[in-house]
Design a protein around this ligand. Structure first.
Ligand SMILES: Nc1ncnc2c1ncn2[C@@H]1O[C@H](COP(=O)(O)OP(=O)(O)OP(=O)(O)O)[C@@H](O)[C@H]1O
Length: 340
């Protein structure tokens, strides 16, 4: 995926809890890797980053420490984040002479300390200068929404560690909320449900696989059951269970309801003029969680507005930040430059 670098090879980064996506100015999305690093706990040496680390998940021996440096969309391991970003950026083979400007999406709720941690990690990974963009605004731009006009744009960005909701008008969020609920919560709900119903312990990778293949919100889900292997809680031995889409829908029900209730509450806080716009313009879903089967139909029925999924929901934020790096001058009202 690497291309030749040179002047203008600026980067847009969506640093996510589960996935890091990097967009290169003039070239588009160049990298999409799990946000994961594997290190040797005895020496601290970096063993693997991204997909190579993901392959080790749940299978790594004691001498390999697997870390997701971000939790809930914010940095929990600053050094790990810096090493991960540096490795991923370097894998694009940037010029050693001209360091790129980098723009990175930030969740709306970050504290000054969390913001500084992101800016530091990106600066140390080789940036000449760092800009930040509000993540929900970026997701809306990447989903081809008109965020600068007076009409309301309601966005739900469903990530792995959190869900950002915002009602945007005139280039800013009029009301916004971050839920500490995302794809990871869905995976945990499946693990918990399997433990309770079948006394079978699953790894989170298997739970995610179940969610992606037969998970759904509401009645419109995929057909067909799935054979799932895990560890019997009583015997400690391997066991296989057949799981139906209805089972998974039941497991995911409370998480999906939480999302619906938060959207109802957010719309309830919005000015009536903007709420009126939603009858036509509706809700746009971005982030990997937007791909859950039946979610648009379920939310449309619950909220009485049309719901659409962005064309490429997993890349919406990176594409939105990418739009900013393509036109730093024209998009300057969306960008905040880090001053060090
Ligand atoms: N087809 C699918 N159905 C349901 N969930 C999916 C599907 N594909 C991906 N996901 C989920 O989307 C989540 C990852 O989405 P995304 O890459 O947008 O998150 P992130 O940006 O890393 O997280 P955050 O925004 O919380 O920092 C994971 O939980 C993944 O399981």
């Amino acid at each position: 995926m690497a291309t030749r670098w040179g002047f203008g090879a600026d980067l847009a980064i969506d640093l996510g809890t589960a996935t890091t996506v990097i967009y290169q100015r003039g070239a588009g999305v160049m990298l999409d890797e799990p946000s994961l690093i594997a290190t040797d706990p005895r020496t601290g040496a970096l063993l693997a980053v991204g997909q190579d680390g993901y392959e080790m998940l749940g299978r790594a021996p004691g001498q390999v420490q697997l870390v997701r440096p971000l939790v809930g969309g914010v940095i929990r391991d600053p050094l790990g984040t810096e090493r991960m970003v540096r490795h991923l950026v370097t894998s694009l083979r940037p010029s050693r002479i001209v360091r790129p400007r980098m723009a990175v999406a930030l969740p709306g709720h970050v504290s000054p300390l969390e913001r500084a941690a992101v800016e530091d990690a990106v600066l140390r990974s080789g940036a000449r200068s760092v800009f930040t963009v509000d993540g929900t605004l970026a997701a809306a731009i990447g989903a081809e929404q008109h965020v600068s006009g007076p009409a309301a744009c309601l966005i739900a960005d469903l990530g792995a560690g959190k869900t950002d909701l915002a009602l945007i008008s005139l280039g800013g969020a009029v009301v916004a909320r971050t839920l500490p609920v995302g794809g990871d919560t869905m995976d945990s709900a499946i693990v918990d449900w399997m433990t309770r119903q079948h006394r079978l312990l699953l790894g989170t990778r298997t739970a995610e696989d179940i969610k992606v293949r037969i998970g759904s919100a509401g009645a419109r889900g995929p057909a067909g059951s799935m054979r799932v292997r895990g560890r019997d809680i009583d015997s400690g031995l391997p066991r296989t269970v057949v799981v139906s889409p209805e089972d998974v829908r039941t497991a995911l029900g409370p998480v999906v309801s939480q999302l619906r209730d938060a959207l109802v509450a957010l719309i309830g806080q919005a000015p009536p003029e903007l709420v009126g716009d939603l009858v036509n313009d509706g809700l746009t879903l971005t982030g990997g969680g937007a791909l859950l089967h039946g979610l648009p139909e379920y939310l449309s029925e619950a909220l009485h507005v049309p719901v659409r999924v962005a064309e490429n929901p997993r890349w919406s934020t990176a594409l939105g930040v990418g739009r900013c790096v393509e036109d730093f001058r024209g998009m300057r009202s969306m960008l905040t430059e880090s001053v060090r």
